[in-house]
Design a protein around this ligand. Structure first.
Ligand SMILES: Nc1ncnc2c1ncn2[C@@H]1O[C@H](COP(=O)(O)OP(=O)(O)OP(=O)(O)O)[C@@H](O)[C@H]1O
Ligand SMILES: [Mg+2]
Length: 370
């Protein structure tokens, strides 16, 4: 167990700033997920912790010890990659036992330890096979077992599930969470898949263009995204975001959205959103919080955004209404499979409870209000 800390870490490759002044900590029993789009610097950050890249500036510590300049093998970390990098001619048992062999552990002892870890991962029946005779999921578990057998202070994983099919990914996801609980060791896990981040992470750190956007427990990040980037990156379908202006009428604040849409704002949001008249913001509402009602319905405060249904998608357990808000853009409302819904082409009034309305600064994208 060891805390991993990055303090003001920057990595440049020539003109490219791959990681930009990153300060981040993974505590003793954290499952920290680094999440972000392709090229945002996730792998580079992880490789710097592993010692495979040196930071251009900043400090990395593992268990309180500065590891800048320390060789990878002296850092007591184990890394699992997307490519499993197994030895094709060695058996499963020998692949798993290999790190112990490299350490000079006697054969009987290393085979016993390797077999025990293999059994924990459901590989007990496959010890004499070679990697070519395994499925992708089994190979992935061999790579994991090979990391576990080393009993490192820190596990580093770079998109380890991306070669698996959807079903196998879901299963292995759960297994990794269990493994983390059993080993009670620091995990840092890189993915561009927000579902993996949400389901596996004890904390999620979201990166964009090398820079940290937000870090926190997944639910907190989902409920209170710090900026538009995070709001749009987490959630599927993503949060609906539309340009809006803040209006103050008779002491209450409201948002005007598109042609003829109005949403009352709770006072605290209204105040945060700008005191002036006509301030530009972006309003965000998650698809599950948009309530479509017939345009004739009486809505509290006369609130609602007028839209036209373009497409109704049925996913079996729920439906997605793709709607066009005149003069503002497209939004998606998620509704129950059984709920009555309007048909494509029909007008609809979209409402949301004030507590589910997010607003962001139109210029900076930063979250406004609590
Ligand atoms: N060895 C290198 N030389 C030059 N540029 C590099 C090198 N390694 C990474 N980069 C650049 O640094 C940036 C971050 O790369 P990195 O591999 O960390 O991204 P990533 O978030 O892991 O992306 P992906 O999800 O595609 O794996 C990218 O712009 C990439 O092109
Ligand atoms: Mg990568």
């Amino acid at each position: 167990m060891a805390t991993v800390a990055l303090a003001g870490v920057t990595k440049r490759f020539g003109d490219v700033v791959a990681v930009d002044d990153l300060t981040l900590e993974a505590g003793d029993d954290d499952f920290l997920v680094l999440l972000g789009p392709s090229g945002c610097g996730k792998s580079t950050a992880l490789r710097m912790v592993a010692g495979l890249e040196e930071p251009t500036s900043g400090r990395i510590t593992i268990g309180g010890r500065t590891v800048n300049g320390v060789e990878p093998k002296a850092r007591d970390v184990a890394m699992v990659f997307q490519s499993y990098a197994l030895y094709p001619h060695k058996t499963v048992l020998d692949n798993i036992a290999f790190p112990l062999k490299a350490r000079g552990v006697p054969k009987a002892e290393r085979n016993e330890q390797a077999a025990s870890v293999a059994a924990q991962l459901g590989l007990g029946e496959l010890l004499t096979r070679r990697p070519g005779q395994l499925s992708g999921g089994q190979r992935q578990r061999v790579a994991l077992a090979r990391a576990i057998v080393r009993r490192p202070q820190v596990f580093l994983m770079d998109e380890p599930l991306s070669n698996l099919d959807a079903k196998m990914r879901t299963q292995t996801r759960a297994e990794l969470v269990e493994l983390h609980e059993r080993l009670a060791t620091t995990f840092i896990y890189v993915t561009h898949d927000q579902v993996e981040a949400m389901t596996m992470g004890s904390r999620v750190a979201i990166l964009d263009q090398g820079a940290l956007q937000q870090v926190g427990p997944p639910q907190e990040v989902y409920d209170r995204p710090a900026n538009l980037f995070v709001a749009r990156f987490i959630g599927s379908p993503p949060m609906n975001t539309l340009p809006a202006t803040v209006e103050h009428l008779n002491g209450t604040a409201a948002l005007r959205v598109g042609a003829g849409g109005r949403v009352a704002l709770p006072e605290v949001l209204g105040n945060a959103a700008e005191r002036g008249h006509g301030a530009d913001v972006v309003v965000g509402v998650r698809p599950e919080h948009l309530r479509p009602v017939p345009p004739s319905a009486t809505v509290a405060n006369g609130d609602g955004i007028r839209a036209t249904v373009r497409v109704v998608e049925s996913l079996g357990h729920e439906r997605h209404l793709l709607c066009e808000v005149e003069g503002a853009g497209a939004v998606i409302a998620r509704v129950d499979a059984e709920a009555p819904v309007p048909h494509a082409g029909e007008p609809v009034l979209l409402g949301a409870e004030p507590r589910h309305v997010h607003i962001f600064d139109g210029a900076t994208g930063g979250r406004l209000g609590p």
